[in-house]
Design a binder for this molecule. Structure first.
Ligand SMILES: [Mn+2]
Length: 436
C-alpha cells in the first residue's frame, strides 16, 4: 500500500494487560512475552506502517485489579501514537467493562471509547486521499450481556465512507452471556467489515466481509495456538480493501501428535525421536521473523509392544529438560502425554472370562458402537461419577471454569483410561509369566 494515498488502521484483539501468560518456561518472562510488550510491538508497527488509527476490540485489560498497570502501559502507548498523529479507538469487553471507561477518562481526549454503556457510536478515520473509514463500535455495559448488541440498531452505513464494525461478542452461540450475535445478522447491517474480540483463537483474515475474530494479541496460555498479532487493514489509493495479519507475537503454541515408533529401549531412544520431531516441526512452521519461542503440547500415539515402558519413561522426565533452541528460536515441551497403547487383540480378550475381558468389552462398546446401549450405560455411569467429583467441595471452585465434558470427550477419556488399565494388566501378566 502506498502510505500517503491510503487509509489504514491497525486492529488489535484481546490484549489482557495485567495477565501473565501461562505455560512458559521460567526464563521466558512477561517482559518479552506479556501483553504490555505486545502493546509496545503494536505501537512500533503502527508507526512503521504509518496507520492513521489503532483500534482495540475489547478486553484491553484483564480486570479491575490491573488498573494501575494498564494505565501505565496505555499511557505510554498513547503518547507514542499521538505524537505520530495516530488515533486510538477502543470498545470495552467483558473483562474491562468497568476498567476501560475509567482509563478512558484519565487518558484524555486522544482515547476514543466507542459505544459506552451498550450503545453504538463511531469515529471517522481520514487520510489525505482515499475514502475515510468510519469505525462503529459497541461496548459491554456490564460483565454479562445475554442479548445481541444488534438489539439496539447500529447506525446505517453512509455514502462516500467505508464502515467497519468493532465489537466484543460471542458468535453463533445463542445461549452465551457474552453478547451473542450471528455472523449473518452482522453482515445484514451492511458494513464493509466486522472485527471482533472475545475468542482468543485468531481467525484467518477474511477475504470477504465475513466477521472475523482478531484473536488474542499474543498467546496467553498454551491452548492459544496459531499465529497471533494485529491485523493491518485499510483502503489503498484506488479504494480497494486490503487486510493482512502481522505475525508480531514472539511465541507460538502448537499441539502435535507424534506416532511413537516401537522402540526397543524407550529410555534411550524416545528423547532423540522427540527432538527430531520438534526440529522438523520448527522447519515446517510458517516463517515469522519475530518468532522467539515455539511451545509444544505433544501426544504420543500408536501401538507398541510395551506401552508401559513409554509411560514410565515419560513419567521420569523433567519437562523443562525437553527444551532446546534452533536458529535462535527456543523450542520447548509444555505438556507431553502418551496415548500409546499395547497391540491388544480386543476381540480375543473379550471372549475370556475374567475382569480384563470386561475392560476389553467396554473398549469395544465405546469404540465400535458409541450409540449402542452398552456404551450409553457406561457413559451415563461415568457422567454420574464425574458429577459427584465436581460437586465435591475440594473441586467446586474448578467446576465453574470448566465446561461440562461433551459425550465424545468423555468417551475418549474412558477409552484412554481403559487402555491404560489394560496395558498395566497385560504388563503384570507378562511379569508373572516371566516373559518381560
Ligand atoms: Mn478475552
Amino acid at each position: 500500500m502506498s502510505p500517503d494515498l491510503s487509509t489504514r488502521i491497525l486492529l488489535v484483539g484481546d490484549m489482557h494487560l495485567g495477565r501473565r501468560p501461562t505455560g512458559l518456561p521460567d526464563e521466558l518472562g512477561p517482559e518479552t512475552y506479556g501483553p504490555a510488550a505486545a502493546l509496545q510491538r503494536v505501537v512500533d508497527a503502527a508507526v512503521r506502517h504509518r496507520v492513521q488509527a489503532v483500534a482495540f476490540a475489547g478486553d484491553l485489560v484483564e480486570g479491575s485489579n490491573d488498573l494501575f498497570e494498564a494505565y501505565g502501559a496505555l499511557d505510554a502507548a498513547m503518547r507514542s501514537l499521538l505524537e505520530q498523529n495516530i488515533q486510538v479507538v477502543a470498545v470495552a469487553g467483558n473483562h474491562d467493562t468497568r476498567t476501560l471507561p475509567r482509563l478512558a477518562a484519565e487518558l484524555g481526549e486522544g482515547f476514543h471509547l466507542l459505544g459506552a454503556g451498550g450503545t453504538w457510536s463511531s469515529h471517522l478515520v481520514r487520510s489525505g486521499a482515499s475514502l475515510p473509514i468510519r469505525i462503529v463500535g459497541w461496548s459491554f455495559p456490564d460483565r454479562h450481556h445475554a442479548t445481541s448488541p444488534l438489539d439496539s440498531p447500529p447506525p446505517a452505513p453512509q455514502a462516500a465512507e467505508v464502515t467497519v464494525g468493532l465489537l466484543h461478542a460471542d458468535l453463533e452461540d445463542p445461549s452465551s452471556r457474552y453478547a451473542p450475535v450471528t455472523a449473518s445478522a452482522l453482515r445484514a447491517v451492511g458494513y464493509s467489515r466486522w472485527f471482533l474480540g472475545h475468542i482468543h483463537r485468531p481467525d484467518p483474515v477474511a477475504a470477504d466481509g465475513s466477521p472475523m475474530y482478531l484473536g488474542s494479541l499474543t498467546p496467553l496460555d498454551p491452548s492459544e495456538t496459531g499465529v497471533h498479532g494485529p491485523v493491518l487493514a485499510g483502503l489503498d489509493a484506488r479504494g480497494q480493501w486490503t487486510a493482512e495479519r502481522l505475525p508480531l507475537a514472539p511465541l507460538r503454541w502448537e499441539h502435535r501428535q507424534l506416532p511413537c515408533p516401537d522402540l526397543v529401549d524407550p529410555r534411550e531412544s524416545l528423547a532423540p525421536a522427540i527432538l527430531k520431531a520438534m526440529l522438523e516441526w520448527r522447519r515446517a512452521a510458517p516463517e515469522a521473523e519475530e518468532l522467539q519461542a515455539l511451545g509444544f503440547r505433544m501426544e504420543l500415539t500408536g501401538r507398541v509392544a510395551h506401552p508401559m515402558q513409554i509411560a514410565h519413561t515419560i513419567g521420569a522426565w523433567d519437562l523443562p529438560s525437553l527444551s532446546t533452541s534452533a536458529d535462535g528460536v527456543r523450542l520447548f515441551v509444555q505438556r507431553l502425554r502418551s496415548r500409546v497403547t499395547g497391540d491388544h487383540d480386543l476381540q480375543q480378550i473379550a471372549r475370556r472370562d475374567d475382569p480384563t475381558a470386561l475392560l476389553a468389552r467396554a473398549i469395544l462398546a465405546l469404540q465400535d458402537d458409541p450409540d449402542g446401549e452398552p456404551a450409553g450405560r457406561i457413559l451415563a455411569q461415568a457422567q454420574v461419577a464425574l458429577g459427584d467429583l465436581q460437586a465435591h467441595q475440594d473441586f467446586a471452585h474448578l467446576s465453574a471454569e470448566h465446561k461440562e465434558l461433551g459425550r465424545a470427550e468423555l468417551r475418549e477419556i474412558l477409552v484412554q483410561q481403559a487402555y491404560r488399565i489394560l496395558d498395566a494388566r497385560t504388563a503384570d501378566q507378562e511379569v508373572r509369566r516371566g516373559s518381560s
